[in-house]
Design a protein around this ligand. Structure first.
Ligand SMILES: *[C@@H]1O[C@H](CO)[C@@H](O)[C@H](O)[C@H]1NC(C)=O
Ligand SMILES: *[C@@H]1O[C@H](CO)[C@@H](O)[C@H](O)[C@H]1NC(C)=O
Length: 413
């Protein structure tokens, strides 16, 4: 009996992999030109996409103290041109492996930046060091000096990238304070910034923490806790093969996504599974037609060390990067890395989380709420299946989440 099932299992599994193999082979050997993809948004650069939707688009560059050149994208106003003269600026920060583009995949009537622009905000989308738009440095070449260029985690993003960006936005807009919204790692790096450079608290009107993965003790996502369980093997592989850059943006992924994730593909489910295995399964709250668009922007590249900073913190509190006892002694003067001091996050913080988010389970969110001194709002999204990536792409986010963000900001205008 067992034998019988074994053969059925092997047959099904090999059919599955052969099928994937054929699609991937086809995608690589018959690449599609921009404009010929199954969806017109696939592979578009952000400027073309935003302008095609009728919105104004600006590109800005900021250089950090340690030499990284970051690209910022700005949508200055909405189609309705409300409040043209007095628009509060908001800086929106993406998560690991994402970019400014991740916020726009959901389409013109569903995406957060367009929604905020229509509500009267001056929208600035950040790109953290090392992603597809910010893969530049005044001295280092990311392709040649990989090890040095990608030697950072979300610690450096919080300590260097955000302060430089906030100062730039303040200078350009002439305002003394701005709003900040961060998804996932974009919330974590905010906490790092305020704990390390608390003078930046006074430059923030209010911070919106969307799915903040600050404490990761109860993370359910296997892509996080499995490497955490096999930390040494994982780090050995990274060093041995020199994998300092994690999943950079690639034309091949766009081509494969075009074939694999479209509505006609029998393997479309695999695409949603690839994302949801990280952040939780939300049923079908996403417009499946847009999967190939999403995967033409994600992954957009990160440093592997960002990911390692998370996996080292699993079961281990919110600490600075753990180099191992010997190097910790040199760097921190202590065998164990110090904790970030969340009591220094004085800016008003609103926390927004989903019930089915595998990366921010309720227990971890509660611990964050207890640790922060100035939480002004806690909102659990009113959908029991709301998961990690729904903050970016849910069909209902405008109704059940984005209007709540605006409500909070109205109080701090
Ligand atoms: C835009 O102006 C309207 C009317 O004056 C006001 O109610 C709204 O709060 C303003 N929005 C922003 C973001 O300032
Ligand atoms: C899903 O996306 C497609 C393509 O952008 C669009 O035509 C369709 O109206 C969307 N469906 C829903 C339910 O929003």
């Amino acid at each position: 009996m067992f034998e019988y099932f074994k053969y059925i299992f092997i047959t099904v599994l090999s059919t599955f992999f052969i099928h994937i193999g054929i699609v991937v082979y086809d995608a690589i050997h018959h690449p599609v030109a921009v404009g010929q993809f199954v969806h017109p948004d696939i592979g578009l650069d952000i400027e073309t996409l935003v302008k095609r939707n009728g919105y104004p688009f600006e590109k800005h560059h900021v250089t950090t103290e340690d030499g990284y050149i970051l690209e910022l994208h700005r949508i200055r106003h909405g189609l309705n041109k409300k409040n043209l003269t007095n628009r509060p600026p908001i800086l929106i920060v993406h998560g690991i492996l994402e970019s400014s583009m991740a916020w726009l995949s959901a389409g013109v009537d569903k995406a957060l930046p367009y929604y905020l622009a229509e509500q009267g905000y001056d929208v600035w989308l950040s790109n953290c060091r090392g992603n597809a738009y910010s893969r530049k440095h005044i001295k280092l070449n990311p392709d040649v000096d990989k090890k040095e260029f990608f030697d950072y985690s979300w610690h450096e993003i919080g300590v260097y990238d955000h302060p430089a960006t906030i100062d730039y936005v303040i200078k350009k807009t002439g305002k003394s304070k701005i709003f900040y919204a961060g998804h996932s790692q974009g919330s974590v790096s905010f906490m790092v910034m305020m704990s390390e450079r608390p003078e930046y608290n006074k430059k923030i009107k209010a911070m919106l923490a969307l799915a903040p993965v600050v404490f990761v003790d109860h993370v359910k996502s296997p892509t996080f806790y499995i490497p955490a369980l096999f930390q040494n093997a994982f780090e050995w592989i990274v060093e041995y093969f020199g994998l300092y850059e994690l999943l950079p943006k690639s034309e091949i992924i766009t081509q494969i996504a075009n074939k694999l994730c479209n509505d006609e593909s029998r393997l479309q489910k695999l695409c949603s599974t690839l994302l949801n295995i990280n952040g939780g399964f939300n049923g079908d709250k996403f417009n499946s037609t847009l999967w190939p668009v999403v995967f033409s922007h994600i992954p957009a590249g990160s440093a592997t060390k960002q990911y390692m900073h998370y996996t080292r913190n699993i079961f281990n509190d919110f600490r600075k990067f753990d180099y191992g006892e010997a190097k910790n002694l040199l760097v921190y003067g202590n065998k164990i890395p110090p904790l970030y001091d969340l009591s220094k996050v004085a800016a008003p913080v609103g926390i927004f989380y989903g019930n089915n988010d595998w990366l921010t389970p309720e227990k971890d969110v509660q611990k964050l709420i207890r640790s922060l001194p100035n939480v002004v709002m806690v909102h659990k999204v009113a959908d029991e299946n709301f998961a990690h990536f729904d903050f970016l792409v849910s069909l209902h986010a405008v109704d059940i989440l984005y209007d709540k963000l605006v409500n909070l900001m109205q109080q701090y205008k």
